[in-house]
Design a binder for this molecule. Structure first.
Ligand SMILES: [Fe+2]
Ligand SMILES: [Fe+2]
Length: 146
């Protein structure tokens, strides 16, 4: 019997890369903490706090990927999503409205620092909308996503 082709994710290189990346997130958190200790500036502090939160989030996601290879594979079926259809659509609409407001705020602003914060927020909101849109598309898929 022919052996099932292994996914690229099962290669030692892939896991090694993810583990190295995960470790680097801790370093990033340390750097952010060092900056927070050194500065009294609110904006710098907030930027560092955001990077820290993102790093924590990245660590969780990297760990999830590692576990999906070493422990239990991730699966997503159209059924998983079809019962969420209504909820996802409402969420998608809310994120779209958020983006409109964020754009409006950006258009009505001129100060560098206001725009600095707003651009960060807009990038995040676009990301949320994009993630949901992708899930929404998968609702119509007829195959398992692994
Ligand atoms: Fe990161
Ligand atoms: Fe959002």
């Amino acid at each position: 019997m022919a052996k099932k082709k292994r996914a690229a994710e099962e290669s030692p290189e892939f896991i090694k890369c993810l583990k190295e990346w995960l470790k680097l997130e801790d370093e990033t958190i340390e750097h952010a903490n060092a900056t927070i200790r050194k500065t009294k500036n609110k904006l710098v502090k907030m930027t560092m706090e955001m990077i820290k939160k993102d790093s924590e989030k990245h660590k969780e996601m990297q760990q999830m990927l590692i576990d999906s290879i070493t422990k239990e594979a991730l699966v997503l079926t159209p059924e998983d999503l079809s019962c969420l259809s209504d909820t996802l659509n409402k969420h998608l609409a809310a994120e779209a409205k958020t983006l409109e407001l964020a754009d409006e705020a950006l258009n009505n602003s001129e100060l560098f620092l206001t725009r600095y914060i707003l651009s960060y927020l807009i990038a995040d909101e676009q990301k949320h909308h994009g993630l949901l849109a992708k899930l929404n598309e998968l609702k119509r898929a007829t195959i398992f996503v692994t």
